[in-house]
Design a protein around this ligand. Structure first.
Ligand SMILES: Cc1cc2nc3c(=O)[nH]c(=O)nc-3n(C[C@H](O)[C@H](O)[C@H](O)COP(=O)(O)OP(=O)(O)OC[C@H]3O[C@@H](n4cnc5c(N)ncnc54)[C@H](O)[C@@H]3O)c2cc1C
Length: 488
């Protein structure tokens, strides 16, 4: 697409990076270290995006056979050569982090929780799964949660190099010249448009569309969806890239689990149970799944069942039913990750959330059912059946393993849960050089992308690969953009 190049630019850099998360940092630092003058544009008052509030796990595969695993998971939605480029570079993730002055340690979950955060492969039966190893930035809990350590490390790299960052400055449009090359960005600063010339290239790293209601409603397989991460990721990069003729891919893909949504908070709270004393029911009080057996990033698959008679998703929202022992075992939202982590401290015994009405309580299951507008007879029957299965040690209905079964005792509690996005994966399609492509598969000159904006994860997702991918394609994009010949 041809555009109008402004007669006068307000600023001039070699490489302009849009969005300051892990992909933006890896891109900016790499381009800077290749000698480019780099500007980072960030929409919010501070950087970090999802990267600063995530679980902090980073993939560093054990060996090249990781490619076979990813190839199976991708179900041919991503070309093998792109996956190969990813694996080759991901093998270097640990070395890159060490070169940059930090170190890594293997991720080990501190406690058993449901949904289970697993250290290894999400799909252990798939060939090559033994190559999955998740790491985080080395440090103790006193030095911060894993993603706090990650962001301290990444933001430190930008500060150390004196790379210019303009915060509270969202990018609004890309500027193509008469040859269709992307030669700059129009951003908004203090209510005014500023034109920034990019002599070598522009790199989009401005995240997915977790907080764009329409894109979510239109593309994603379960509705409505809340989100756990930053409210800032509203699909801006998708619209900017579409306007200049980019192809899109992986738009229906997501990593998603369950969360509690309080009206006074924009994002959902990540909910996990520290005791096996709970089960899930749909809107009607019916159990529907082995609650202990869902792959943590693929939760939506269990929630996306659509009832065509009733024209609704009966499992959206769902309810978790639990008992006193589970209530006392620990907070339902532990604040390990998510946007609300830094905004609210969930009480250790969940009592504050009961007082707020976020958690409903009943002396009997019938009383609880009435409070959550479920037919008491149905919930009583579900509980009786569940307790009977627990006592027999065999979940004949959904196959929940014996060690994850414990009968529930009064008093009972319920919390309403929604499918909640970890992140979306779709956006502008890119090649192994991180170049954004048009619908004919031709690179749009001087335009690159990295991170969850058009990520390479097109079907099943392996945990720790989003940060891993943001670092990998950030480095590839930074290197290639810096190597472009200046256009004037
Ligand atoms: C609760 C949670 C746990 C997770 N745990 C893990 C994990 O353990 N391991 C893993 O691999 N992945 C995990 N993820 C996913 C992972 O965090 C993200 O996919 C990854 O951080 C994406 O990095 P990014 O740099 O592409 O985007 P982000 O880190 O989200 O950065 C995008 C940036 O772009 C900015 N931006 C948006 N629009 C504009 C605009 N118009 N102009 C300028 N700036 C803009 C945003 O403000 C933001 O700062 C988790 C996510 C969440 C929410």
């Amino acid at each position: 697409m041809k555009g109008i190049v402004p007669e006068k630019w307000d600023m001039e850099y070699d490489v302009v990076v849009v969005g300051w998360g892990s992909a933006g940092t890896a891109a900016a630092v790499t381009a800077h270290d290749q000698g480019a003058r780099v500007l980072i544009l960030e929409k919010m008052a501070k950087g970090g995006g999802n990267s600063s509030i995530c679980g902090g796990n980073i993939i560093v595969p054990k060996g090249k056979e990781f490619l076979e695993y990813l190839d199976t998971l991708s179900f041919k939605t991503t070309d093998r050569e792109i996956l190969e480029a990813f694996v080759n570079e991901a093998l270097q993730n640990g070395d890159w982090i060490r070169q940059m002055g930090a170190d890594i340690q293997v991720f080990r979950p501190l406690e058993v929780a449901y949904p289970t955060m697993i250290a290894g492969a999400g799909f252990p039966h798939v060939k090559g799964a033994e190559n999955v190893v998740k790491y985080n930035i080395k440090g103790t809990p006193e030095e911060g949660k894993p993603s706090q350590r990650l962001w301290k490390f990444l933001s430190g790299l930008v500060a150390k190099r004196g790379i210019q960052v303009l915060t509270s400055t969202p990018a609004r449009e890309l500027v193509p010249n008469e040859r269709g090359e992307i030669v700059g960005v129009i951003a908004e600063r203090e209510g005014k448009a500023i034109a920034i010339k990019a002599r070598r290239g522009v790199i989009l790293t401005c995240g997915g569309y977790e907080n764009d209601p329409w894109l979510k409603w239109d593309y994603l397989p379960v509705k409505p969806l809340s989100f756990l991460g930053t409210p800032a990721n509203t699909g801006d990069g998708i619209r900017m890239a579409q306007k200049i003729g980019a192809d899109l891919w992986h738009m229906t893909r997501l990593a998603c689990l369950i969360g509690f949504k309080a009206p006074e908070f924009e994002a959902s709270f990540w909910v996990a149970f520290l005791s096996e004393g709970f089960f899930f029911v749909d809107k009607y009080g019916r159990r529907f799944v082995n609650e202990a057996g869902i792959e943590i990033h693929e939760y939506y698959r269990e929630l996306s069942h659509f009832d065509m008679e009733k024209m609704e998703y009966p499992r959206v929202p769902l309810w978790a039913i639990f008992d006193e022992q589970t209530r006392k075992r620990g907070p339902l939202s532990r604040g390990t990750a998510g946007y609300n982590r830094d905004l609210y401290n969930w009480s250790l015994d969940n009592s504050a959330e009961i007082a707020k009405g976020w958690i409903q309580q009943g002396k009997t299951v019938g009383e609880l059912a009435s409070k959550i507008s479920v037919d008491p007879k149905v919930l009583e029957k579900t509980l009786a059946r569940y307790n009977q299965l627990c006592k027999s040690g065999k979940d004949e209905d959904f196959g929940r393993p014996r060690e994850d079964l414990r009968p529930l005792e009064a008093p009972f509690y319920a919390i309403q849960l929604w499918p909640s996005l970890i992140n979306t994966q779709g956006g502008p399609r890119r090649d192994k050089e991180a170049r954004i492509l048009d619908p004919d598969g031709k690179p749009i000159p001087r335009l690159y992308a990295a991170g969850e904006l058009g990520s390479i994860w097109g079907f099943l997702y392996q945990g720790a690969c989003n940060i891993g991918e943001a670092l990998v394609f950030g480095r590839i994009a930074g290197k290639n953009a810096a190597a472009e010949k200046p256009w004037s």
